[in-house]
Design a protein around this ligand. Structure first.
Ligand SMILES: Nc1ncnc2c1ncn2[C@@H]1O[C@H](COP(=O)(O)OP(=O)(O)OP(=O)(O)O)[C@@H](O)[C@H]1O
Ligand SMILES: [Mg+2]
Length: 357
């Protein structure tokens, strides 16, 4: 037998190594079920985001992983070992929360040193590792300052350094950038990506911001109502949403429902012909960037333009169909203006249609 593996094989093997397994985890609070028998494998060294609306169970799941909350049923396996009942301080997990929670009476360097002191690391070693951690977040120059003399983004980076300094195998971040303005958020997203690459840590990152999830993740775990709606690479979740929830939660979408017939879908606005063998779903979606507003009478239906929103590199044009359904088309900002009130023909390429469950 040939025992040699090619490089892609080896890479595939490494990627598939599981760091953490959530097996049938449920959580009830009284009669309310907050997590519904969840199964999830997190791969070694991946950055997985938990994305979902408020109340979908993201924080609850993180708290179960780090040991602050007990699951009602199910188990948690980390590094091949059942850790469901292991106390918080015995898990190899670091946590960064939305509110940085630095100690105000300690300097930045002392804040970062704190977890190492708790672990009785030698003084020389602490000094070296604090310097390394501060360099990692580009804050070597502020070690002697107190937290109140830092900006919000700098404080968040100190919180990150304090988590990185003891090199946990798994880092959990619960909306760590939620309190920052947009520009800082974007800068911090780049920092987190870089740190992830440099440390190889497994990161589970919670957000309810879909753009943040698309920008950061190796995979997105989309949650809805205590269940996983879809888990996949960002491109796949965006381009091939598994269901209506996923299509509506990530990106903008035009969704049509109707009666499935032999050669297409009959909607209240008229038929959308397609090869019905391609799908047995009565719900389909087209992203706005694939919708063309052209000459009246050309395409699937006519619509009346009601609004146009300029967004720098593109414009989003909204038009109403006869049924009252609004349809969105995203156009390059350079394209010719469409007058509000004008009637357009709506079309798209059949390849750009996605059928939803
Ligand atoms: N200690 C608790 N007792 C009762 N219900 C709780 C408790 N903690 C959370 N819940 C409920 O569990 C559900 C999930 O909460 P969770 O905090 O996990 O949501 P989330 O996805 O993190 O939301 P957000 O985006 O708002 O942070 C919510 O309906 C919440 O009210
Ligand atoms: Mg939360």
């Amino acid at each position: 037998m040939n025992m040699q593996m090619s490089i892609p094989d080896l890479e595939a093997k490494r990627d598939q190594k599981i760091k953490l397994s959530i097996k049938g985890i449920s959580k009830n609070y009284g009669s309310a079920t907050v997590l519904q028998s969840l199964d999830l494998d997190v791969r070694n060294g991946e950055l997985l985001t938990l994305l979902g609306p408020s109340g979908s169970g993201k924080t609850t799941l993180l708290q179960i992983i780090c040991g602050l909350t007990d699951p009602t049923s199910g188990s948690l396996v980390i590094d091949g070992r059942d850790q469901t009942r292991l106390p918080v301080n015995q898990r190899d997990i670091g946590v960064v929360f939305q509110h940085y929670a630095l100690f105000p009476h300690l300097t930045v360097a002392e804040n970062v040193a704190f977890p190492l002191q708790m672990r009785h690391v030698a003084r020389d070693e602490i000094k070296r590792r604090v310097e390394d951690a501060l360099a990692m977040v580009n804050l070597s120059h502020v070690g002697e300052r107190f937290p109140k003399a830092l900006s919000g983004g700098q404080q968040q980076r100190v919180a990150l350094a304090r988590c990185l300094v003891y090199r946990p195998g798994v880092i959990l971040m619960d909306e760590p950038l939620g309190a920052l303005d947009r520009k800082l958020r974007e800068t911090m997203q780049m920092e987190i990506k870089r740190i992830h690459r440099e440390t190889g840590a497994t990161i589970i990152f919670v957000t309810h911001d879909q753009e943040e999830a698309l920008a950061l993740s190796d995979r997105i775990c989309l949650m809805n109502d205590g269940r996983i709606a879809q888990i996949d690479r960002p491109q796949v979740v965006y381009d091939q949403p598994a269901n209506r929830f996923a299509a509506e939660f990530i990106g903008l979408s035009n969704i049509f429902e109707g009666e499935l017939v032999a050669n297409g879908l009959v909607t209240p606005d008229g038929p959308i012909p397609f090869d019905a063998e391609a799908s047995a779903s009565r719900c389909m979606m087209v992203r706005p960037e694939h919708v063309e507003f052209g000459k009246e009478g050309i395409g699937y239906f006519n619509a009346t333009v009601v609004e146009s929103i300029y967004a720098g590199s593109s414009s989003l044009v909204m038009a109403k169909l006869a049924s009252g359904l609004t349809i969105l088309s995203q156009r390059p900002a350079s394209s010719t203006d469409i007058a509000i009130g004008s009637v357009v023909g709506v079309s798209w390429t059949p390849n750009d249609v996605r059928f939803l469950q």
